[in-house]
Design a protein around this ligand. Structure first.
Ligand SMILES: [Zn+2]
Length: 485
């Protein structure tokens, strides 16, 4: 990346979101993925002469929800346009989309400004089949019109993104926000979330925009990130060699990490946009906006903010939980199940146990589906806070809980993992004395006030007790025993 540091990447994203409606955007055909090809079609979505489109009210409701969640302004009156092009995936030879008056304008998400959000219809699915089964070098293509006319929302950001990593972060937040809204499956593998990236570079410190290229159809966040990184490097190499960046549409091949040109970039006027004569203007009434607004749940960014301000979590921990809704749900269930008042672990301590749990169940598992109940995790955290079990021993208990479920108190009793304290008799004091005797050099240093020397002494006791002693209690005892010297 060294050659790119003198350049600043400027990245904007265009994200297509398939809406999870029952029927298509302009006809009554059912949306049904995985059914045999061309079984959900009608004269309207096949573009037969005389068939007329009717707007899907649910799709508009979902689009308004997205606009409101992004802080966009909802246009009281917007219109549909025809975007004309010929391709076998578009039987009408145009796509109904929105052009100069979109449904939603402006807004922001995670510090990235939103340019616009508009409604349109998806094209059919083309599959290229070659003798070898390869996509390239194919000798025939087949079309499945089941997807044709699926409601889409296109979200266009301003060019506010400055790195491939930031693009990845933005998409992650957008996906979890859309999922929370309940408007889409947001599954990149199945194509219900697709992202294109506009990439240009400029000399660091410059405010002018360079020529941009468009990276098309990245079907995973990881590929998008790698594709953008490769394109930044490619443009930097061109500029350094004194060659121009050509405005074009590119395809990133993740297997070879190579970028190939699909076509020189078309201009908006090439599509001969004109107002759709078969549809009246779309009027978003105050009642429609109020209904969409009422359907919006607490969104991840707001939830992270609440975890921070009301529960005192660190910003990073709050985002880690809130940006994965199932972790936040589990955490809140554990909070609700926690012993009240002094007996509970407190929200910050309890939150510390979620990553411990994720480490044991794997990053893609919803903790609610595991054997560890939220109440059990809350009880374990409370035992650590009350020092009836040491932190090390509690980690062991958590591993047992993941494997077999049950109650942490019973597991602690069964495995003999309860914390040792001086109340158990002279056990812990005797172990501390043994540690001091075993390392008189460290003991002398601690006695002289050098507290850095205490670590090996505490470590000695921990080893002897297999982690069952409470570190704080051991430290206190060491100081107490040395105070008289
Ligand atoms: Zn249809």
């Amino acid at each position: 990346m060294s050659e790119t540091t003198e350049f600043e990447p400027v990245i904007g994203l265009e994200i297509h979101v398939q809406l999870k409606t029952v029927t298509k955007m302009f006809c009554g055909c059912e949306l049904s993925f995985g059914d045999p090809p061309n079984t959900h079609v009608c004269p309207t979505c096949l573009g037969l002469p005389g068939a007329l489109p009717v707007v899907n009210a649910r799709a508009i409701d979902y689009a308004i929800r997205i606009g409101l969640a992004l802080g966009s302004e909802i246009a009281p009156r917007s219109i549909f346009h025809r975007k004309n092009y010929f391709y076998p995936d578009s039987p009408k030879a145009y796509q109904i989309s929105q052009y100069d008056v979109p449904l939603c304008t402006g807004g922001s998400l995670g510090g990235v400004r939103i340019h616009r959000v508009h409604v349109e219809e998806d094209a059919a699915k083309l599959t290229h089949i070659g003798e070898s089964g390869r996509i390239h070098g194919s000798d025939r293509s087949v079309v499945d019109f089941n997807r044709c006319g699926t409601p889409l929302v296109e979200i266009v950001t301003e060019p506010d993104i400055r790195s491939a990593a930031q693009a990845h972060e933005f998409l992650t937040l957008l996906r979890v926000t859309l999922r929370q809204l309940g408007v889409s499956d947001v599954n990149m593998d199945e194509g219900s979330l697709r992202a294109d990236a506009n990439v240009s570079i400029r000399r660091a410190g410059s405010h002018a925009l360079g020529t941009k290229t468009e990276l098309k159809n990245m079907n995973s966040f990881r590929f998008l990130r790698r594709g953008v990184e490769a394109e930044i490097e490619r443009q930097a190499a061109l500029v350094q060699a004194g060659e121009p960046v050509v405005q074009e549409t590119l395809h990133f091949d993740p297997a070879s990490s190579s970028l190939t040109s699909l076509r020189s970039k078309e201009e908006a006027h090439d599509y001969r946009y004109f107002p759709e004569p078969d549809l009246v203007p779309l009027l978003a009434t105050p009642e429609m906006i109020a209904a969409a607004s009422a359907a919006i749940p607490e969104l991840p960014a707001a939830r992270a903010q609440r975890f921070e301000s009301e529960l005192g979590l660190a910003a990073e921990r709050a985002r880690l939980l809130a940006f994965r809704g199932e972790l936040a749900d589990y955490y809140e269930a554990a909070l609700a199940a926690a012993p009240a008042g002094e007996a509970g672990a407190g929200p910050v301590e309890l939150a510390n146990w979620i990553p411990q749990l994720v480490e044991r169940i794997g990053p893609d598992t919803d903790p609610a589906t595991t054997r560890v109940s939220p109440a059990a995790l809350a009880a374990l955290a409370a035992m650590v806070s009350a020092r009836t079990v040491s932190r090390d021993a509690a980690r062991e208990v958590l591993t047992l809980l993941v494997a077999e479920g049950g109650s942490p108190a019973e597991l602690v009793a069964r495995e003999g993992l309860g914390a040792l304290s001086d109340e158990d008799g002279d056990g812990l004091t005797a172990l501390v004395d043994a540690a001091l005797a075993a390392d008189p050099d460290a003991a002398a240093k601690v006695a002289a006030g050098n507290m850095k020397a205490i670590a090996p002494l505490v470590g000695h006791v921990m080893r002897e007790t297999r982690g069952r002693a409470d570190g704080g209690e051991v430290t206190r005892l060491i100081r107490e025993r040395l105070a008289g010297r």
